[in-house]
Design a binder for this molecule. Structure first.
Ligand SMILES: Nc1ncnc2c1ncn2[C@@H]1O[C@H](COP(=O)(O)OP(=O)(O)OP(=O)(O)O)[C@@H](O)[C@H]1O
Length: 923
C-alpha cells in the first residue's frame, strides 16, 4: 500500500481491494471488510500456520502476534496486544473469534484448555450480546482477553469486561431485544423444567420483547455445552437459570396507589410477586417492602420512606439490573478462576491480549451508556494515534531519516476535557446541574457545543463526529447502586449463588470479587469512576505491549452481502484515522520485515550462505547488529537442518509402523492361545490384562511395582467414582472393556469394520481412552474427565454428562479431525465374573450383548441433531432451590390469565380475585 496516492481515488481502490478480497493492509494495519456471508477464506488455512508476510489475512495478524510474543520476529520476546475497532456490526467479535481460533491452532498442544478457551466466547455472547438495530449479535460490553503462555503453549486465559449495558435488561428500544440468554432459556429448556423453574410462555414477560425464534433452542444447548466445557458445575448452572427466571417474573410486577399514600402491587401481578420471591428464594413480604419503600437509619432511628409509582418501578428495575449485572460479573470471574494458569506463581508468563470493545455509537437519543462507550473509543483512538503517528515519527527522528512532520487529529483534549467532569456526577443534585456545569466550563472550546433549551442536552465533537447527549438519568445511572436493605435480603436468599453475588464486592476496575467480605465504598460503585479506572488499567497494559491493529469496516447498514455503500465506507475510513495513516505509511516505510522474516524467505542453505557474506561485508552502525544478524542466519541454518532430520525420522517411523502391523497379523494367528492366557491372568488381576506378563517379559522390578500401584489406584478410582455411572441398570455396556492395553485394543479391532469401537480404562492414569477402527488404522482418543463430572474427548468441543451420552453422540457426529463415526461395538473378552471383581459389592453386572453393525456412512458431515436425541444423564440432574410457594404462584398466574383469555364476564374475574383475597369488599 506504501506508495499509492492519497486521493479520493485511493479510497476507491482501497474499497475495491477490500470488496474483492475482504481484507487488505495499510502498512501493517489490517483493514477487514465485513462480508456478511460465509467465506471459505477462514476454513482452508486454519491449521496451517501462516507467515505474517503472506497476503492480508486475520490469521496472518494472529501469526505475527504469536511469533512476536515468542521473540521470533524482529524484536525480542514481548507481550502483544491486538486492538480490534470499528463501528457496531463491522465484524469485531467475529474477528476476535477467528483470531482466538488461529492462535489456539498455532500453539496446539492438544490440551483441553485450548477448547475451553474457545468456548468462552459463545458463553459470554449469550449473556452479553443482544440484537440491536445495528447488529443482530451486538456485544453490549467490551472485553479484553488475555491469553497467557509459557514458551509456546497456552497456560490460561483471563477476561476483563467493561461497561455491560445493564439497562437493556429492563428496557429495549424499538427493533431491539434483551440479552440473548433470556430467549435461549425460554426456548431451550424442556416443558418439565419450565414447570420446575416457574417459567411461563415467553410472550408473557415484559422484559422480553418480541416473539421467539426456534434457533434459540439450539443456541441454548450451545450455551449449556460451553458452560460444561469451561467447567461450571451443574448446580451453579441451575441456580443461575433460577435467578434469570426471577428477573423475568420481577419485571411483570406492576404497582398502583394504596389509600394511604403508599404503593401496592396490582391485583393482576400479585402472582408475579410471589413467583419472583420464590425464584429468588426470598420472603414475599420482604421483596414487597423493598419495592414499595426505602428504609434508612438516621441518628440511630430507622426511617421508612414510601415510594411513589415511579420510585417503585425504579426499585424493581434496579434490582433486575443489579442482579443481572452481578450474574454477568460472576460468570466472568468464574471463567477466570477456571482458566487461570495452573503454574508456579514464580513462572513468568507471556501474553497476547485481544481487545474487542463496542464501536462508536450515535443514536437518535444518546444516553449515559453512549457517552461511556464513546469515551472508551476516544481512548482507543488516542492509543492508535500514539502508536501510528507519534511513535512512528519519533522512530524516524531517532534513525536520522529526513522527515517532514505529519499533523493528525489529536483527540487528547477531548479525553481531558470530557472525562474529568464525569466525576461531578457524584456530587451534583440534578442532571440539569451537570449540564450547566459542563456549559460553564467548556462553552467556546473546540470539542464542545452548548445546546439551548429546557432539556439537559449537550454536544461533544468526538474524533468520529458530533454527538448530542441527553443527560436525563445520568446521575441515577452513574450511581448504579441498591440500598443496603435489598442487598441484605438477597444475601439471606436460599439460593446460595444469589447470596454470593450480593455479598461480593466490586473492585475499582468493576470486577466482581465473590469471596471478599469487605463492603465497597460508595465512590467505587460509581460507574464513571469504574469506567475511568478500568480503562486506565487497560491502557497501561496496552502501552506496555506491542500493538497490532485491525480496523473493521461495515460495508452497508442493511447487513447485506455483496453491497458496498461507498459513502458509509468512506466515512468509517476517514474517522478511523485511516486517511492520515495512509499518508504516514506512504511517505514513510510501509513494509518493514524483520531481518529474520526476510532471511526466512530464502530457506535454501545456499542462499543463506550468500546472505551471510552480505552481512559480513555490509557497513553497520553497531557491531551488535551484525552479530545479531549472523546469529539469526545460524539459527535459520540449524532449523533447515532440523527439518531435514525430522523428515528422515518420520520416514523411519512409518517403516516401523508397517513392521508392527505385520507383526500383529502374525500374532492374530496365535490369538486363541493368547486369549486363554489373558483369561488366566485376569483371574489374578482383574482388568489388567497386560500381555507383557504373559509373554514372559517382566519389566524391571521397580517399574513393575510402580505400574502395579498405578493400576491399583486407577481401579480404586473406577470403583469409587465411575462404576455406578458406567453400569446402567445392572448392565455393563458392550463397548466397555475395562483396563486393557492399547495393543490389545488394536488386536481386538484388527479385523473389525470401520467405526467399530471400545472404551477402556487408562492403565497409568485415571481416565478413559476411546479406541476405534479408523479408515486405515486404529485411532485412540483420550477422554478427559472434567472437575464438574463431564466427559470430553480431548480436542472435541462437546462435553457429555456420561460415557453412554458420549458414545451416542459420536454415533451421529464425526470425531475430529477425521470426522469418522462410531458404528458397532467391539464385544468384550472378559466374563461377567471378572467384571464383578472390580465393581462395588452391591452390583453384579451383566454384560450387554454387542449391537449388530449399523449400516451407516462413515464420513457423515457433522450433523445437527435434534436435542431429544441426547438425554443429559438424568441421574446427575441438579434442581433449583426454590420456595415451594412458586407452584402456587404459577397456578394463580395461569388461572387469572385463563379467565382473561376466556373473556369471561367481569363478575367471574371478580369472583376469582375475591377467592384469592386480592379484592376486599367494603361493607
Ligand atoms: N468474517 C465474517 N464472515 C462472515 N460474516 C461476518 C464476518 N464478520 C462479521 N460478520 C457478520 O456480521 C455480523 C456482525 O459482526 P460482529 O458481531 O462481529 O460485529 P461487531 O463489530 O462486533 O459489532 P458490535 O460492536 O455491535 O458488537 C455477524 O453477526 C455476522 O453475521
Amino acid at each position: 500500500m506504501g506508495n499509492v496516492l492519497v486521493t479520493g481515488g485511493f479510497f476507491m481502490l482501497l474499497c475495491l481491494l477490500c470488496f474483492l478480497f475482504q481484507q487488505t493492509y495499510i502498512g501493517d494495519i489490517l483493514v477487514a471488510l465485513n462480508p456478511f456471508k460465509y467465506l471459505p477464506l477462514y476454513e482452508k488455512e486454519v491449521g496451517r500456520p501462516l507467515k505474517s508476510a503472506l497476503p492480508p489475512h486475520i490469521f496472518a495478524v494472529a501469526d505475527r502476534a504469536y511469533q512476536s510474543m515468542l521473540g521470533r520476529l524482529a524484536a525480542g520476546p514481548k507481550n502483544q496486544c491486538i486492538v480490534i475497532s470499528g463501528e457496531s456490526g463491522a465484524g469485531k467479535t467475529e474477528s476476535t473469534k477467528l483470531l482466538l481460533r488461529q492462535i489456539m491452532e498455532l500453539c496446539k498442544a492438544n490440551s483441553q484448555l485450548e477448547q475451553q478457551i474457545l468456548q468462552v466466547n459463545p458463553l459470554l455472547e449469550a449473556f452479553g450480546n443482544a440484537q440491536t438495530v445495528m447488529n443482530d449479535n451486538s456485544s453490549r460490553f467490551g472485553k479484553y482477553i488475555q491469553l497467557r503462555f509459557f514458551h509456546t503453549s497456552v497456560k490460561g486465559a483471563k477476561i476483563n469486561e467493561y461497561l455491560l449495558e445493564k439497562s437493556r435488561v429492563v428496557h429495549q428500544d424499538e427493533g431491539e431485544r434483551n440479552f440473548h440468554i433470556f430467549y435461549c432459556m425460554l426456548a431451550g429448556i424442556s416443558k418439565e423444567d419450565k414447570e420446575i423453574y416457574g417459567l411461563l410462555d415467553p410472550l408473557q414477560y415484559r422484559y422480553n420483547s418480541d416473539d421467539m425464534l426456534t434457533h434459540w433452542s439450539t443456541k441454548y444447548r450451545e450455551v449449556c455445552n460451553a458452560m460444561d466445557m469451561v467447567g461450571f458445575e451443574e448446580q451453579e448452572k441451575v441456580d443461575m437459570l433460577t435467578i434469570l427466571a426471577g428477573i423475568l417474573s420481577l419485571g411483570n410486577i406492576a404497582f398502583e396507589p394504596t389509600d394511604s399514600d403508599g404503593m401496592k402491587v396490582t391485583e393482576m401481578s400479585v402472582g408475579w410477586l410471589k413467583a419472583a420471591a420464590g425464584q429468588f428464594g426470598v420472603k414475599e413480604e420482604e421483596l414487597l417492602k423493598s419495592l414499595t419503600c426505602t428504609m434508612s437509619v438516621t441518628r440511630g432511628e430507622a426511617i421508612q420512606r414510601l415510594h411513589n409509582q415511579q420510585q417503585a418501578e425504579d426499585a424493581r428495575d434496579s434490582i433486575a439490573k443489579v442482579a443481572y449485572g452481578r450474574i454477568f460479573g460472576w460468570i466472568v470471574s468464574k471463567v477466570n478462576e477456571l482458566l487461570a494458569p495452573k503454574v508456579d506463581p514464580d513462572v513468568e508468563l507471556s501474553e497476547i491480549g485481544i481487545l474487542d470493545i463496542f464501536g462508536f455509537e450515535n443514536f437518535a437519543v444518546n444516553r449515559f451508556e453512549q457517552l461511556c462507550i464513546n469515551l472508551a473509543n476516544e481512548q482507543l483512538q488516542f492509543f492508535f494515534n500514539h502508536h501510528i503517528f507519534l511513535m512512528e515519527q519519533k522512530e524516524y527522528k531517532e534513525e536520522g531519516i529526513e522527515w517532514e512532520v505529519i499533523s493528525f487529529k489529536d483527540n487528547k483534549p477531548i479525553l481531558v476535557r470530557i472525562e474529568f467532569p464525569l466525576q461531578y456526577l457524584l456530587y451534583l443534585a440534578t442532571n440539569r446541574d451537570f449540564v450547566d456545569k459542563l456549559n460553564n466550563k467548556f462553552k467556546g472550546t473546540p470539542h464542545y457545543e452548548v445546546v439551548q433549551g429546557f432539556n439537559p442536552l449537550f454536544t461533544v465533537i468526538h474524533y468520529a463526529g458530533k454527538v448530542q447527549y441527553n443527560a436525563g438519568g445520568f446521575l441515577e445511572k452513574n450511581r448504579d447502586t441498591i440500598p443496603a436493605s435489598i442487598r441484605g435480603m438477597f444475601i439471606n436468599s436460599v439460593t446460595p449463588l444469589l447470596s454470593v453475588l450480593f455479598a461480593a464486592t466490586i473492585s475499582r476496575t468493576g470486577t466482581l470479587m465473590p469471596r471478599k467480605a469487605k463492603v465497597c465504598l460508595s465512590l467505587l460503585i460509581c460507574l464513571s469512576f469504574i469506567m475511568q479506572h478500568s480503562l486506565g488499567v487497560l491502557m497501561e497494559k496496552m502501552f506496555a505491549a506491542s500493538p497490532h491493529f485491525i480496523r473493521c469496516v461495515k460495508p452497508n447498514s442493511s447487513k447485506l452481502p455483496d453491497l458496498l455503500d461507498d459513502k458509509l465506507v468512506m466515512a468509517q475510513l476517514r474517522y478511523n484515522g485511516l486517511l492520515e495513516t495512509v499518508r504516514i505509511r506512504r511517505d514513510g516505510f510501509s513494509w518493514r520485515p524483520s531481518f529474520a522474516e526476510f532471511a526466512e524467505r530464502c530457506m535454501s542453505i545456499f542462499i543463506l550462505n550468500v546472505l551471510k557474506l552480505v552481512v559480513l561485508s555490509a557497513d553497520y552502525r553497531s557491531v551488535r547488529c551484525r552479530r545479531r544478524y549472523l546469529a539469526l542466519l545460524k539459527e535459520l541454518q540449524r532449523k533447515k537442518e532440523e527439518q531435514q532430520e525430522l523428515e528422515e525420522r518420520k520416514r523411519k517411523e512409518e517403516e516401523e509402523e508397517l513392521q508392527r502391523l505385520l507383526l500383529i497379523e502374525q500374532e492374530k494367528k496365535s490369538k486363541n492361545v493368547v486369549a486363554m492366557c489373558i483369561g488366566l491372568w485376569q483371574m489374578a488381576m482383574p482388568f489388567d490384562n497386560d500381555l507383557y506378563h504373559l509373554l514372559g517379559q517382566p519389566p524391571h522390578e521397580e517399574q513393575a511395582k510402580e505400574k502395579h500401584k498405578q493400576r491399583r489406584n486407577t481401579i480404586r478410582w473406577f470403583k469409587e467414582t465411575q462404576a455406578r455411572k458406567v453400569v446402567q441398570n445392572g448392565t455393563v455396556p458392550c463397548w466397555f472393556h475395562g483396563m486393557i492395553s492399547r495393543r490389545q485394543a488394536e488386536d481386538l479391532l484388527i479385523d473389525k469394520p470401520t467405526g467399530c469401537f471400545l472404551i477402556r480404562v487408562g492403565q497409568s492414569r485415571e481416565g478413559y481412552t476411546l479406541t476405534y477402527r479408523g479408515e486405515n488404522r486404529c485411532r485412540h482418543y483420550m477422554i478427559e474427565m472434567q472437575n464438574n463430572g463431564k466427559y470430553v474427548i480431548l480436542g472435541e468441543d462437546r462435553a457429555h454428562s456420561s460415557l453412554p451420552d458420549l458414545v451416542e453422540y459420536h454415533r451421529h457426529v464425526g470425531i475430529q479431525p477425521f470426522m469418522e463415526l462410531l458404528t458397532e461395538t467391539c464385544g468384550q473378552v472378559s466374563s461377567p465374573f471378572l467384571f464383578s471383581l472390580f465393581m462395588p459389592l452391591d452390583q453384579s453386572p451383566v454384560l450387554q450383548p454387542s449391537r449388530p453393525p449399523a449400516l451407516r456412512k462413515i464420513r457423515d458431515k457433522k450433523s445437527h441433531l435434534p436435542t431429544e436425541q441426547f438425554n443429559m444423564g438424568d441421574e446427575n440432574k441438579a434442581f433449583p432451590r426454590l420456595y415451594p410457594s412458586i407452584r402456587l404462584a404459577m397456578r394463580e398466574i395461569k388461572e387469572i390469565q385463563q379467565v382473561r383469555s376466556d373473556s369471561s364476564p367481569p363478575d367471574m374475574v371478580f369472583m376469582l380475585l375475591l377467592k384469592r383475597n386480592y379484592v376486599r369488599i367494603n361493607v
